[in-house]
Design a protein around this ligand. Structure first.
Ligand code: GCV
Length: 613
């Protein structure tokens, strides 16, 4: 296996296909790694079924003992090895994952393309069929298990022919793939097409129609015969052109429950996405405000969903922007199973060209979300067929960090980033500190040179890389900034669109006035004049100019830092090559954004720096 596994460089042996239980894999990993990481020490594994995914690790003299459930021992083995490899103390006490389903959503199409994929083609499909390297799948299983992920949805939520065959004529192949991932504690999930029955002679997809219900009940039976431990179905319905219950005048509880009932006898989950909004909005219409949409479609349905339905809610109300407030819907459905959805694929955050380490952003999201209401976590992957899986070698920190946070959302981002850096590169202390700092600051840097102060979008339409301040301004997607010569932003308070009212009181107080609203979200919630004075005394327009110049300057410094880092080949070359492109991108963003605001406001930069006309 010549493909690179970044954060476990001490696991050099391919996992043999003959290993079929997590325990066997745990023993295999320990046997190959312990002599390198802890010579003279041996490991003892004890399975305690009741511990399920949990584990405990103890040391008695030269014996390292791991007790855990069937999958728990495998998690324990990776935790132990990572501690030894980084010189950290062994984790103390009972280790249990905080979230039940720790899911990856792959947006892979059967054609082999990946929607919003930035690291090569699909790992699973090519040319309209399954096409994968089993050894690489085991390597992927190893990566996922090592950070505790336990569900992987293998196909795009926009289900396009022939991916609909995954639950029909492709079941034998799906079963084969499921068998490869099973020993890693990873269950597969599939995205389904809501209108599937209509391709089988059923005249409708109405969830209250008896024939439709019968079709799904039968289909679930067939699917679970082939893959008895399938995690369930993932559904994007009535969103961006996908079919769904709205066509039949039904709401999303009626739509989801019908499928959930079909899955229930088999223990399957129905994961239903809440990314529903009007994507055919007229930009002249000021009564519709896209961030309000998910709440409006779902909050009133709280308590009406079957117990095996999980509503999957994007972390912010828009769509994976650099900075958004936490979605108010997460607070609005206490009687419903919820999952929060992140996006590791850097669709709006640099597309795995620009460096963008997400753990600092996730810390903020986890701090703001209701800790006791969200039971599962999902993320759109950043994986592909590239040799290093993630395109940019540093983008692996996002998959790694996502898994660790999904296990323990109280972790600190620096700890995660340091762990990844040390495991992956094992550099001297100074170089490690340098890379950790660079990654820790990368999101703020990116934020500074792109859309300012929570304004969102301003990206080039369709592909979403690079600046286009008015690219979405007169389009149907509901993403407007409404800049004119005096002011920019949308008033989302009670006197504006009313979006703010969807939040619990403490958030309403915080975001409700420009004075109390954090600077970095001011333009998400408020329409402000360019001469509005921010909390640090600068005017808003000056803050925009300053941030953009700073963001570009910080990127230049990052490029110099990168050159000096003792990274191994080919990571170094790959990172440097991408940095060239990031520099171009940062400059474009800086100059175009500043020029855009200078032209509208007519206000000069207080420091007389170059803003092009
Ligand atoms: C899979 C955004 C992306 C789409 C994606 C959609 C979603 O709109 O641009 O590519 O579709 O989100 O999350 O469903």
């Amino acid at each position: 296996m010549n493909k690179r596994l970044t954060w476990l460089p001490f696991l050099t042996e391919d996992i043999p296909a003959s290993l079929v239980t997590p325990e066997q894999i745990a023993r295999f990993e320990l046997e190959q790694a312990l002599p390198k990481l802890a010579p003279g020490k041996t490991a003892q594994l004890t399975i305690v079924d009741a511990m399920e995914e949990g584990c405990t690790i103890q040391q008695h003299g030269d014996v390292l003992s791991i007790s855990g459930g069937k999958v728990g021992v495998l998690y324990g083995a990776y935790k132990l090895l990572m501690s030894l490899a980084t010189g950290h103390p062994l984790p103390e006490g009972d280790q249990q994952p905080r979230y039940g389903l720790r899911m990856l959503n792959c947006w892979d199409n059967a054609s082999g393309d990946i929607e919003r994929g930035y690291s090569g083609r699909s790992l699973f499909f090519e040319n309209g069929k399954f096409d994968y390297d089993p050894a690489r799948m085991r390597q992927l299983g190893r990566m996922l298990a090592s950070v505790g992920l336990n569900v992987m949805c293998i196909n795009n939520v926009n289900v396009r022919y022939p991916a609909d065959q995954l639950i029909e004529s492709w079941l034998p192949e799906l079963a084969e793939l499921a068998a490869i991932f099973r020993p890693f504690g990873v269950k597969l999930m599939v995205s389904i097409d809501y209108s599937a029955p209509m391709r089988h002679g059923v005249p409708t997809a109405d969830p209250l129609d008896k024939q439709v219900q019968a079709w799904w009940t039968k289909q679930a039976e067939i699917v679970y015969q082939a893959v008895p431990d399938l995690a369930g179905f993932l559904v994007k319905a009535d969103s961006e052109g996908r079919p769904g219950p709205f066509t039949y005048g039904r709401n999303h509880a009626e739509g989801a429950n019908m499928l959930a009932r079909a899955l229930k006898p088999f223990g399957g989950k129905l994961v239903w996405r809440c990314f529903v909004y009007n994507c055919r909005q007229d930009w002249r219409d000021t009564t519709t405000d896209r961030p309000k949409a998910a709440y409006e479609h779902y909050a009133y349905l709280d308590g009406q969903f079957e117990d095996n339905v999980i509503l999957q809610i994007k972390n912010g109300p828009f769509d994976f922007q650099v900075r958004e407030p936490v979605s108010p819907l997460l607070y609005a459905m206490p009687k419903t199973n919820l999952a929060m959805e992140f996006q590791l694929a850097q669709e709006y955050t640099g597309q795995q060209v620009d460096i963008y380490a997400m753990p600092p952003m996730w810390r903020e999201v986890y701090d703001d979300m209701p800790a006791d209401k969200v039971m599962s976590i999902a993320a759109v992957t950043n994986l592909g067929r590239d040799e290093n899986y993630t395109g940019h070698p540093f983008a692996a920190v996002n998959l790694f960090g996502y898994g660790l946070f999904a296990w323990d959302p109280d972790l600190q981002p620096e700890k995660i980033i340091r762990l990844w850096t040390r495991l992956t590169y094992g550099m001297d202390q100074l170089s490690e500190d340098t890379l950790v700092n660079l990654l820790m600051g990368s999101r703020r840097t990116y934020e500074k040179y792109t859309a300012p102060l929570g304004l969102c979008w301003m990206v080039s339409p369709n592909h979403h890389y690079g600046p286009s301040p008015s690219g979405y301004e007169y389009q149907a997607w509901g993403t407007y900034h409404k800049a004119d010569r005096d002011a920019v932003g949308i008033d989302r308070t009670a006197s504006g669109t009313g979006y703010l009212l969807q939040y619990p009181e403490e958030f309403q107080k915080l975001y409700g006035t420009p004075e109390t609203c954090p600077d970095l979200l001011k333009l998400f919630f408020h329409r402000l004049r360019y001469d509005y004075v921010m909390s640090d005394g600068r005017t808003m327009i000056q803050r925009i100019y300053d941030d953009h110049f700073e963001g570009l300057e910080e990127t230049r410094t990052m490029a110099e830092t990168l050159k000096a880092l003792p990274l191994p080949s080919p990571d170094k070359e790959e990172a440097l090559e991408r940095m060239e492109r990031q520099l171009v991108n940062a400059r474009e963003w800086c100059d175009i954004t500043n020029t855009f605001f200078r032209r509208y406001s007519g206000i000069e930069d207080a420091h007389g720096r170059t803003i092009y006309r």
